[in-house]
Ligand binder design. Structure first.
Ligand SMILES: Cc1cc2nc3c(=O)[nH]c(=O)nc-3n(C[C@H](O)[C@H](O)[C@H](O)COP(=O)(O)OP(=O)(O)OC[C@H]3O[C@@H](n4cnc5c(N)ncnc54)[C@H](O)[C@@H]3O)c2cc1C
Length: 380
């Protein structure tokens, strides 16, 4: 968001200094050197709805770096890995009644088709899903996904937030039967590098290892930022000798692992060996956040062996854990009302992070859009 704002400002002919706390630019979208492989610290895919990303790539002259691929989803439940994400897979799934399946299918279809759904802002995701899918549908398909991301906040998450998530991914399809996701060749680092060089070539300066120390604001205003809760993430990334499954994304429902999903990244973007991410989202107060890397890697690997019993320890080339304390804002019911405006009472000072484009979920496209809008607004 900061780099997109800086890019817009230099384009508009202004003098720009970016303060970046880290040694590298890129934030959550940054890469790291994973034993010779440059890869995102956190997995990133692109959806057909990500217009601001497409426009930025085109302006930076790297539109051809965007690639699309047919991908599939899996659903691990009851100890079985099922294909997921299309009507036939839903009908074939063992366990739920036909009524539950039909209610779920109708719900997802409606989520992708509806353009506006204002009443969702005052409804919890849980109540809304139970209304559409029934208690059985909620418990089978949704409860664990929300629980293993938000824990004690799970029941209060806003329906508007979950709707925009379902809509974004649900609308990235070639047809009812075929999901299609995008990626940037070389990863999100390609976009970051292009932004950095576009900023610098127009005279902008990027100061690394330079955290902003203090922001002077009225106390009442500061309290509004403090009221926004965030959850953290410990994301295990594996380099493996064999593939875990043919799916890019597998939703996991398994009470022995508090994992919402497994992402086999190389089923989207090939980088050589198999790369799999296992995200553990949680409030940072959860004791699990203090698990050592070794314990977390063992737990995550154990989960992978359930998805693919042929996977053995010898298949593990390397594993790392990426940790972040502010990984996902907790978008509660009535969240829009809670958020302070982007423009603070101080002239020229705007403040935003990923929750400021709520109900849209955290994403590169939305951060780019808001960053550029903020730059234009400051300058006017
Ligand atoms: C696990 C995971 C998976 C994701 N998957 C996807 C995906 O598939 N597709 C997608 O589009 N998005 C995805 N995202 C979200 C995406 O990464 C973010 O939306 C996007 O990178 C946010 O960019 P940002 O600039 O708004 O925030 P950030 O990336 O958080 O950037 C904030 C920057 O500010 C710097 N900073 C913080 N404090 C200070 C300070 N005091 N002084 C100076 N600098 C400071 C930080 O170092 C950082 O560089 C994912 C995120 C995670 C965690």
């Amino acid at each position: 968001m900061g780099l997109a704002a800086a890019y817009q400002a230099v384009l508009d002919g202004h003098e720009v200094d970016v303060l970046e706390a880290n040694a590298e630019p890129g934030g959550m979208a940054g890469h790291f050197d994973f034993g010779g492989t440059s890869i995102e610290r956190f997995y990133h895919f692109v959806c057909r709805a990500d217009g601001p990303t497409f426009q930025l790539l085109a302006e930076l002259g790297i539109a051809e770096k965007l690639r699309w691929k047919n991908t599939s989803m899996g659903f691990f439940s009851g100890g079985r890995l099922n294909r997921w994400g299309d009507p036939i897979s839903l009908l074939r799934l063992r366990g739920p009644s036909l009524i539950t399946k039909l209610r779920y299918g109708l719900f997802v279809l409606l989520c992708t088709r509806k353009k506006q759904w204002p009443e969702l802002e005052t409804t919890s995701a849980k109540d809304w899903i139970v209304r559409w899918c029934g208690t059985d549908g909620y418990e089978r398909f949704w409860r664990d996904l929300l629980q293993y991301k938000f824990y004690e906040y799970a029941n209060g998450i806003s329906a508007a937030w979950i709707w925009t998530r379902i809509k974004r991914v649900g609308s990235s399809r070639k047809s009812t039967m075929q999901e299609e996701l995008g990626y940037i060749e070389g990863g999100s680092q390609t976009l970051i590098d292009a932004l950095v060089s576009a900023i610098k070539s127009r005279g902008g300066r990027i100061h690394l290892n330079s955290p902003a120390q203090r922001v002077e604001l009225p106390d009442a205003w500061k309290r509004r930022y403090d009221a926004v809760k965030n959850i953290g993430i410990c994301c295990v990334i594996f380099k493996l000798k064999r593939s875990v499954s043919p799916h890019f994304w597998v939703n996991v429902v398994d009470t022995s692992h508090e994992i919402p999903g497994v992402i086999e990244f190389t089923n989207l973007r090939t980088v050589g060996p198999t790369i799999v991410y296992v995200p553990y989202y949680m409030p940072v107060t959860n004791p699990k956040f203090r698990w050592t890397d070794e314990v977390m890697i063992d737990d995550a690997f154990d989960c992978l062996t359930k998805l693919n019993p042929q996977l053995v320890r010898e298949d593990l080339i390397e594993a790392k854990v990426a940790r972040l304390r502010h990984a996902q804002p907790v978008c509660e019911v009535g969240f829009a009302e809670m958020l302070p405006p982007v423009q603070t009472p101080i002239r020229g000072l705007q403040i935003a992070d990923t929750c400021f484009y709520y109900p849209e979920d955290r994403g590169i496209a939305e951060s780019v859009r808001l960053g550029r809008e903020m730059a234009r607004a400051t300058i006017e």
